[in-house]
Each structure stands twice: as structure tokens, then as C-alpha cells.
Design a protein around this ligand. Structure first.
Ligand code: ASC
Length: 159
């Protein structure tokens, strides 16, 4: 009985140490992980580009619309990372560079930087201050580009 309790306690402790939450998925097949992360990046990009249009003056700045796009981007910015597990470099065509896995500490840093920059966007959008919004958009776009430069290839591979 006591041994069972200890085993249960150890299991619960191990689970507690694991990252949890909706943003941490595991995938049955590498292809599922690849499709999932591509979906997250695609939708994120669609909303981010609407913010870019406002930041660049191609469409008028609208604080409410900007805040809504920023909220979607912020939620999605947490999602792709658990879909870059070992073995997900093959299974479907993709543009993730080998450095995602060989330099995973730097990749994680880039992902964290992007999430931090994107978190500031919503606040800046809601402020209604166009200069604050433009600055926050610039920081977020830089963080996207940094990872694209280091961790995304021109050509597809893996499929
Ligand atoms: C976008 C989009 C990206 C980023 C990036 C910023 O609108 O889809 O991936 O901005 O180009 O440098």
C-alpha cells in the first residue's frame, strides 16, 4: 500500500514537471506535426499581415481591429513549437532547416523572443497610439525575420 502511494506520488511529481496546456501536443505521425505547425504559422501570418498593413499605412489604423488580430497572433505564437519534435524533419514537404534540431537552444530562444514581442503588440494596439503600435509591430516583425533567416530554407524538403 505504502509502495503504491509512493509510486503514485512519483508519477504525479513527474507529470507536474512536464509542460502542460493546450499549446503542448504530441502527434501520432510526423506528418501530423508538420501540417499542424504549418497551419499555425499560416494563420498567424494571415493576421500578422493585416497588422502590417495598418503599421505601414496601407489601411487606416483601427485600434479595435488591431487588438483582435494581435490577440489571434499571440495565441497562435504559443502553438507551433511542440510540433518540432525529433523525427519531424521528414513526413511531409516543409521548409524547416536542419538547424531547428541541431541548434535547438537557439531555435527555442528565437521562439521565446517572438512570443515576447508579439505579446507587446496587443497592448500597443489597444493603446490607440499609432507610434507605439508601429514600434511594437517592428519588433515583432524583426523577431519573425530572425527565425526565417536562421531556421527556414528556400526549398521544401522532407516529403
Ligand atoms: C508577415 C509574415 C511574416 C512576417 C515576416 C516579418 O506578414 O507573414 O512571416 O510578416 O515577413 O519579417
Amino acid at each position: 500500500m505504502k509502495r503504491q502511494m509512493l509510486a503514485l506520488a512519483a508519477t504525479l511529481a513527474a507529470l507536474g514537471a512536464m509542460p502542460t496546456g493546450a499549446q503542448t501536443l504530441s502527434f501520432a505521425k510526423a506528418e501530423d506535426a508538420i501540417r499542424y505547425r504549418q497551419g499555425a504559422f499560416n494563420v498567424m501570418g494571415a493576421h500578422f499581415s493585416r497588422l502590417g498593413a495598418m503599421a505601414n499605412g496601407r489601411v487606416p489604423f483601427n485600434a479595435k481591429a488591431a487588438a483582435e488580430h494581435a490577440e489571434v497572433v499571440e495565441t497562435l505564437s504559443r502553438l507551433p513549437w511542440s510540433a518540432f519534435g525529433e523525427g519531424t524533419d521528414k513526413g511531409a514537404p516543409h521548409r524547416a532547416a536542419p538547424a531547428v534540431w541541431s541548434d535547438s537552444a537557439k531555435f527555442r530562444q528565437g521562439a521565446e523572443r517572438m512570443q515576447a514581442e508579439v505579446a507587446k503588440l496587443g497592448t500597443a494596439a489597444k493603446s490607440g497610439n499609432i507610434d507605439q503600435f508601429k514600434a511594437a509591430f517592428g519588433g515583432a516583425a524583426q523577431s519573425c525575420k530572425a527565425c526565417h533567416d536562421n531556421f527556414r530554407t528556400e526549398q521544401r524538403s522532407g516529403g
